[in-house]
Ligand binder design. Structure first.
Ligand code: CA
Length: 237
């Protein structure tokens, strides 16, 4: 049977069999694929061999404790694995230690089924958003992490606000943003001056459009601004 599109691979490392089976059953019931381990060492090697979308990890485990597993996973994994740590010890020092070891979230036993499912989904979504840091619109590429942008492979040298304008437009693409929408997304309800976009749009055009054959930044009359992924069509044959 094909898995639903939002199906995740979840590895559950928990030595208490009834709890492990309960968690695995919950996740499977929600359409996710589940691997199980009852021992920390086995859990670590499974997580390294085929990194799951989310690791649900008990703290007290035979073989290798949850904190050590988490630390080793952080050091050795070839890709980030979001970790939801399960613990009965609801004390601040334990939590801090868990986050220090590399846990992304915490759940204190006993917990509600819905909460476990919600946190697993949220963790995978957060991780997915992290992986999706590159945006592409036609020949324009944007790296959200490094705050860099390129057109046809040529790096655009943009001040921070001009970059932010470009990023908002790329996120909205292929839709146009009205000027007031753009201003709100950049400064909330508190723009710094009466015509706050003017300078930044000028700076953006200098880098994004001026050196190239056709402009990507397009003014849509009566609507606002939009990025164009293809050159405008020429009139006539
Ligand atoms: Ca345990």
């Amino acid at each position: 049977m094909p898995l639903p599109p939002q199906a995740l691979t979840v590895l559950v490392v928990e030595d208490h069999a009834p709890l492990r089976e309960q968690i695995a059953g919950l996740l499977r019931g929600a359409g996710h694929r589940v691997d199980e381990a009852s021992d920390g060492r086995i859990g670590l090697s499974l997580a390294l061999q085929s990194p799951p979308d989310v690791l649900v990890l008990d703290l007290g485990l035979p073989g290798l404790g949850g904190l050590s597993l988490c630390r080793q996973l952080r050091e050795r994994a070839t890709q980030p694995v979001p970790v939801l740590m399960l613990t009965a010890r609801d004390t601040l020092p334990d939590k801090l230690e868990g986050f220090e070891a590399g846990a992304d979230d915490y759940l204190v036993k006993p917990f509600a089924a819905e909460e476990l499912l919600a946190r697993v989904t949220a963790l995978s979504r957060r991780a997915g958003a992290g992986r999706d840091y590159r945006l592409q619109v036609g020949e324009l590429a944007i790296d959200r992490r490094s705050h860099e942008a390129w057109r046809e492979g040529r790096r655009l040298v943009l001040p921070p606000t001009a970059f932010a304008v470009l990023l908002r437009l790329a996120e909205a693409w292929p839709r146009a943003l009205t000027r007031s929408e753009l201003i709100r997304r950049l400064w909330d309800d508190d723009p710094p001056e009466s015509d706050p976009l003017r300078t930044h749009l000028y700076q953006l055009r200098q880098q994004l459009d001026r050196p190239f054959a056709w402009p990507m930044l397009e003014t849509v009359h009566g609507v606002g601004l939009r990025l164009r992924a293809e050159p405008p069509k020429k009139d006539g044959p």
